[in-house]
Design a protein around this ligand. Structure first.
Ligand code: AGP
Length: 607
């Protein structure tokens, strides 16, 4: 996934483009570049490495008021100066930045080479820039339109020409693009974080649409040149929400935001006294959802872990057969989607390509398709029949934290909503919702003891192999804890159902190996205590997440991280937090880039 931004207006474009790139850097950060219209030419600067490297190369006197910029997560071609965006056509008069993958780039490249075109990069993107140049006959919008007709794959692009001052052409299919409507200026970007400093009035471009921007006008059309009357919306996030607010990293800020984020997520959606859940986003499909016979939860990464908690919640509260599918598997394995099937896609960004493709597959097979999404107006939110937003605020850190707990909370609400339309009593729902209402305060209690997680990281951050074990609702938490550690500290970690350890992985246990147990009170507590003994007897170092007041656990664990007591189905909302903190502190101690881990991006909009 990459970040792109374009500006046209009366202000000098350079500082706006650079500031926007910095807000988009979490989307990809292995190279960056920009193009500004200057004195009838395009001033292009690009570089491998972070935006700070690009800044060293820039001519600070660039005064042009129209330009485009890009920060890259490499797909085709290593992160080099030559492969950095923008890419140009043969004349150097047209420049383009791109987020996505062009699937037929080799065929187009071959065709253009036959026309005598020389290529200067290994990227798929350059093919599109050259193709636009190939079609260009004085009308940039038309040349972009013609080129996109020949393209297969995904794109979010912004294009400028040295011969058309004050014009930016943008288009999208499969990669997000938002247009910010300013006074006498327009900004187009991959997401709202690069726009909020300028305006909160936006147009969410839809797949197959393009827009021609001048200082005074944003003209939206389809690829077939049919005019579109766009809906101007208000972005619900504020600039301060995407600032660091004194935290060292966004991830730490977002871990500590979880009590507030969860309050925002739950606000207005539950009536514990009467055992009722209000989900406005499901009103139009409530009857069909109530009659559902089979639920498939589909997602990727951390969202898949929250989906697995959802599977247990739906089966326990609503008694509906539920399965959890990796989106990348679901889309290719010819799944059974029959009468009465509901598919729920879970995605923080709402732009993950595998999840979108799974959605499309489910829709084609006639399922009711719902979304559980954080980013308003994102592709998943638009492609589904109905859905529920997380409302946890923008999540900038690449490692997902508050979105995970937000997803679990929303899935708990949907499970209770459905359960009350089936066999769940008002009394049971009241107890469940009252416990859910207590979670934000209980999260604060855990965060007040955050130093205990740092102590664990200080002791074990240099160990290269960890195990995470949990049972029941805490099995997905074990998977999530392991993923957090892997993706930001680069330590190898594996999450397992605790009972599975004896079927092979126990061979891994050696002296001093950190083994994290989620051993909270509940139906399988005694079993997990047995598993702890199995590890201790082989020399493993036991780190336990346990329920406040449990003194037994302290006798068999080197470290105990306590969490308040709650109903078993809601424990993931609490037990995941110490694991987030352990991963965070381990990464800091290992001098890793916490918010921009190597090889990763915030949302994977490629296959
Ligand atoms: C989580 O820490 C990772 N950054 C990653 O697994 C992420 O959850 C996954 O790519 C899904 O993203 P989405 O929720 O935006 O669809």
């Amino acid at each position: 996934m990459c970040g792109i931004i374009g500006y046209v207006g009366d202000r000098t474009a350079l500082p706006i483009l650079i500031e926007g790139l910095k807000r988009l850097e979490y989307r990809g950060y292995d190279s960056a570049g920009l193009a500004v219209q200057e004195n009838g030419k395009l001033a292009i600067t690009k570089s491998a490495g972070r935006i700070s490297v690009l800044e060293q190369k820039l001519n600070p006197d660039l005064a042009g008021t129209t330009g485009i910029a890009h920060t890259r997560w490499a797909t085709h071609g290593a992160p080099t100066d030559a492969n950095a965006h923008p890419h140009t056509d043969a004349t150097g008069h047209i420049a383009l930045v791109h987020n996505g993958i062009i699937e037929n780039y080799l065929a187009i490249r071959t065709y253009l080479k036959q026309q005598g075109i020389t290529f200067h990069s290994e990227t798929d993107t350059e093919v599109l820039a050259q193709l636009i140049g190939h079609f260009y006959d004085g009308n940039l919008e038309q040349a972009v339109r013609q080129a996109l007709h020949d393209l297969s794959g995904t794109y979010g692009i912004a294009v400028v020409s040295a011969d058309e001052p004050g014009v930016v052409v943008a288009a999208r299919r499969g990669s997000p693009l938002i247009v910010g409507i300013g006074r006498g200026e327009h900004v187009v970007a991959s997401d709202a974080s690069a726009i909020l400093a300028h305006t909160s009035q936006v147009i969410y471009l839809r797949d197959g649409e393009m827009v021609t921007l001048t200082r005074d006008r944003a003209r939206v059309t389809t690829l077939e040149a049919i005019p579109v009357a766009p809906e101007v919306q208000e972005v619900e996030w504020s600039l301060e929400q995407i600032e660091l607010d004194g935290y060292e990293h966004y991830m730490l800020k977002e871990i500590f935001e979880q009590p507030t984020a969860l309050e925002n997520c739950l606000r207005g959606r539950m009536d514990p006294r009467n055992g009722i859940v209000h989900l406005g986003g499901l009103v139009d499909c409530s009857r069909e959802l109530t009659r559902t016979k089979h639920i498939i939860l589909t997602a990727c990464g951390t969202a898949w872990h929250s989906a697995l908690v959802g599977e247990y919640l739906f089966e326990e509260l609503a008694r509906v057969p539920t399965e959890t599918e990796y989106a990348s598997e679901f889309r290719y394995r010819n799944p059974v989607v029959d009468e009465g099937t509901t598919v729920i896609a879970i995605s923080q960004s709402g732009e993950t390509l595998d999840t979108l493709a799974a959605l499309s597959e489910a829709k084609q097979r006639g399922a009711l398709v719902l979304g559980v999404v954080n980013v308003v107006g994102s592709a998943v939110a638009r492609e589904t029949d109905a859905g529920v937003y997380l409302h946890v605020g923008p999540e900038i850190g690449v490692a997902s934290t508050k979105a995970f707990t937000g997803q679990v909370a929303v899935l708990a609400l949907i499970a209770c909503y459905l359960g009350r339309r089936k066999h769940m009593s008002a009394a049971a729902a009241s107890e469940f919702l009252a416990a859910l209402a207590r979670i934000p305060k209980q999260m604060e209690q855990i965060l007040d003891r955050a130093d205990q997680a740092r102590a664990v990281a200080q002791q074990y951050a240099q160990r290269e192999n960890w195990l995470y074990l949990g049972r029941g609702y805490n099995y997905p938490v074990a998977l999530e804890g392991a993923l957090k550690l892997k993706e930001i500290s680069y330590i190898h970690a594996e999450g397992l159902p605790a009972a599975e350890m004896k079927h092979g992985p126990i061979a891994l246990i050696n002296k001093g190996m950190p083994v994290v147990f989620i051993a909270t009170s509940g139906s399988q507590y005694d079993k997990i205590m047995n598993n702890i003994e199995e590890v201790r007897s082989r020399g493993g170092s036991v780190i336990a997440v346990a329920t406040e007041g449990d003194r037994d656990i302290a006798r068999c664990a080197e470290h105990v991280l306590y969490v308040p007591d709650t109903l078993e189905p809601l424990q993931p909302l609490l037990t995941s937090i110490p694991l987030q903190l352990i991963a965070y502190h381990a990464a800091v101690l290992r001098n890793c880039n916490v918010d921009k881990p190597r090889n990763l991006a915030k949302s994977v909009t490629v296959e």
